[in-house]
Write a protein that binds this ligand. Sequence first.
Ligand code: SF4
Ligand code: SF4
Length: 287
Amino acid sequence: MIVSIASGKGGTGKTLVATSLALAVSKHASIQILDCDVEEPNANLFVRAPIESAEPVYIPTPQIDADKCSHCGRCAEVCAYHAIAVISDKVLVFPELCHGCGACSYLCPESAIVEANRQVGVVEIGYRGNLELIQGRLDIGEPMPTPVIRKVKTYADRQKDVVIDVAPGTSCPVVEAVKGSDYSILVTEPTPFGLNDLSLAVEMTRDLGIPCGVIINRASLSRDNLIEEYCRESEIPVLLKIPFDRDIATLYSKGIPLVERETRWRNAFLDLFDALKRGQLYVAYNA
Ligand code: SF4
Ligand code: SF4
């Protein structure tokens, strides 16, 4: 089963949930965690898997053979991303804008374009017991996380359970990371901002046709109604509540996984994952 952990908003505890789930399951079975938050991968702060190998991620970027080019302008016309400009007798390529789609080289009438690989990031792989960590890391200054996310996802092993840590928000990189999941857990906090961004995340999963449930982080009895009411109206299960608790915050700030300190939390995440696998998606759990 592939479970993506997303949130409309940053700082809601998404990585806490993703790593807790993966670490809890890894005590009993093999599982992968894919860190697709490639601009800021931090799952390994909690997992602490020694990195054993790395693979660069490339985008094929056009290079112009000036001797063959007739300056017809076709490449600039077909580039949907404005990554090529033809100016009188010059062709300019803007590599940071290029998505590597290959349209320009395919359609160049003079076969004057060859593609050269340009590195945009790296995928790193590490192991800790039953847990395999695959994390993407976008190179500094690179504007496009999607190719790195795509590469990370090629490592997903359908024979195992997979947890995907997704970047916050609902933009293209988030859609790329979430699509193909069997289930999406949306982590939120009981505030008006949390609710607003949760509703956007719910819309995204519905557009993708992926069932979802909600975990309320920093739950406090007086404020949870806000989220619970929305979930009730939208027929989305509240899967778990993690209380607004000083001890949990202290563990998190030290990079100590919740499930390794407290058995009740390990059991809560294990029960939750079992319920997801059995398709009991409408059961609410409280640790
Ligand atoms: S399509 Fe080919 S020939 Fe035409 S301007 Fe571009 S590189 Fe030159
Ligand atoms: S490969 Fe695609 S995105 Fe890149 S310059 Fe060519 S047409 Fe544009």
